[in-house]
Design a protein around this ligand. Structure first.
Ligand code: SAH
Ligand code: SF4
Ligand code: F3S
Length: 443
């Protein structure tokens, strides 16, 4: 081959779903680059287009199918493009059936990302589709290459999978049983990030509070936080998600005592009615949740508490729903992601008889958002005039002239300033508040 005409193959990744998938896409990018691929600026320029998918709700799957349809018409014009499909949707047999008909080239699951280079190689050689998904999780695999998204803030997996089987949720089926990474591997990764100039790490797990179960050393999430807190160079530590059933006093004390651990806890309530919570298999009551909130706020003043909330779970009555609204008023979440219940086949709740109608779900979601957004706006407004320490992340997505940053409590603050501030911890004065963000001025 003439070197002058050699052009590296290009890849483009579409990522859907949660931070786990964002992190997995970084690993996928690392694996592809190790094969010699380079990133394409757009799907039109790519030789390999990869979907890293989410199946948590019907709407998430629909988005993927919509985009896949578009990309398949691109492939019709240029049959040389390879289409790869992975992530949580790929774990589901009925999805794979559809993908066979669509003409996708490579399908891989959440448990065998490391096999991707091999699968791509195989499809190139055989010119036939290669579908390979592991039904069950394997050992945790360390030291895969990865290409992180930015040089300031990094996601770090501390565990994979979930054992909770909330009755609405597909995640235990797509991500397998809970496995914790070895504590030494996590610390090594955080140290490397610090050495490379990263200021912030977010520790990831479906339920970080159960970190350490099943490891040969006796360590829990609070111990891990302390160790990460001791890594020099890292200035901020975040973590997500905390299941309310496993938030211990030790964890609360540790968050309070570790100076780098940010004052923010994402602790999904899901629903306010004890009957619904029980049918969701969440293993806590509204009373327990309220006690936790009180304890956390007492020990960690100013902490932001955020939540996920579902409306229209099967059997949810108007009374039950009012209990959710009541909890939102009582707790006053700093922010919340709100969802309409979406039946997922294979989960328990999908088989419950008393499904709530779409109209009712829509109406409840609207009412919930009205209350939650009002509260979030009120809390944000109370911050105007205060000075906040923020980590500057980069140009604002909505206005490239401005910078976007985050407070320790995970609030977005937009302000004007020189680009040299990107990656720095600075103080800004809050001058204006909105429901989802704040506006600041350099002090
Ligand atoms: N492990 C995390 C949540 C992962 S899924 C936790 O337990 O908190 C993220 C959120 O999606 C959940 O908190 C829940 O609010 C929502 N969700 C999950 N399954 C859903 C479904 N079938 N319908 C609607 N929302 C759902
Ligand atoms: Fe899903 Fe519940 Fe596990 Fe969260 S804890 S991933 S909601 S089963
Ligand atoms: Fe979606 Fe899988 Fe995450 S279902 S929310 S991408 S774990």
């Amino acid at each position: 081959m003439n070197c002058n005409t050699y052009k590296p193959q290009k890849y483009y990744i579409f990522t859907y779903g949660c931070q786990m998938n964002v992190r997995d896409s970084e690993t996928i990018a690392g694996l592809l680059e190790a094969m010699g691929y380079v990133e394409a600026a757009s799907p039109e320029e790519a030789d390999l287009i990869l979907f890293n998918t989410c199946s948590v709700r019907h709407s998430a799957e629909n988005k993927v199918y919509g985009k896949l349809g578009e990309i398949m018409s691109l492939k019709k014009k240029n049959p040389d493009i390879l289409i790869a499909f992975g992530g949580c949707m790929a774990q589901l047999a009925e999805v794979r059936q559809k993908l066979k008909k669509q003409g996708v080239d490579v399908v891989f699951g959440t448990h065998n990302i490391h096999e991707l280079p091999h699968l791509i190689q195989k499809v190139r050689e055989s010119q036939l589709p290669v579908f390979k998904v592991w039904e069950r999780e394997g050992q945790v695999i360390e030291s895969l290459p990865s290409k992180r998204q930015n040089g300031i803030s990094a996601f770090v997996n501390i565990m994979y999978g979930c054992n909770n089987f909330c009755s609405y949720c597909i995640v235990p089926y797509t991500r397998g049983r809970e496995r914790s990474r070895h504590f030494a591997d996590i610390i090594k990764e955080v140290e490397e990030l610090a050495a490379n100039g990263y200021k912030e790490v977010t520790l990831l797990g479906q339920n970080v509070n159960s970190y350490g179960r099943g490891l040969d050393v006796k360590i829990d999430f609070a111990d891990l936080l302390r160790e990460v807190n001791a890594v020099e160079g890292i200035e901020r530590i975040r973590f997500t998600t905390s299941h309310p059933k496993d938030v211990s006093d030790k964890l609360i004390d540790t968050i309070a005592e570790c100076s780098k651990v940010c004052e923010h806890i994402h602790m999904p309530l899901q629903a306010g009615s004890n009957t619904v919570l029980q049918r969701m298999n969440r293993s806590y009551t509204r009373e327990h949740y309220l006690e936790l909130v009180e304890k956390i706020r007492h020990k960690i003043p100013g902490i932001a508490i955020t939540s996920d909330l579902i409306v229209g779970f099967p059997g949810e009555t108007e009374e039950d729903f009012l209990q959710t609204l009541d909890m939102v008023e009582k707790v006053r979440f700093d922010a919340a992601f709100t969802f309409m219940y979406s039946p997922r086949s294979g989960t328990k709740a999908a088989l419950f008889g008393d499904q709530v109608s779409l109209e009712e779900k829509k109406e409840r979601l609207q009412r919930l958002n009205d209350v939650q957004y009002r509260i979030a706006t009120e809390i944000n407004e109370s911050l105007t005039g205060t000075v906040q320490e923020v980590l500057v992340e980069g140009p604002s997505k909505t206005n490239r002239e401005k910078l976007t940053s985050r407070t320790r409590t995970n609030r977005i603050v937009i302000f004007s300033g020189p680009k040299t501030l990107i990656g720095e911890l600075i103080n800004v004065k809050i001058v204006k508040a909105r429901t989802f963000s704040l506006f600041g001025e350099l002090t």
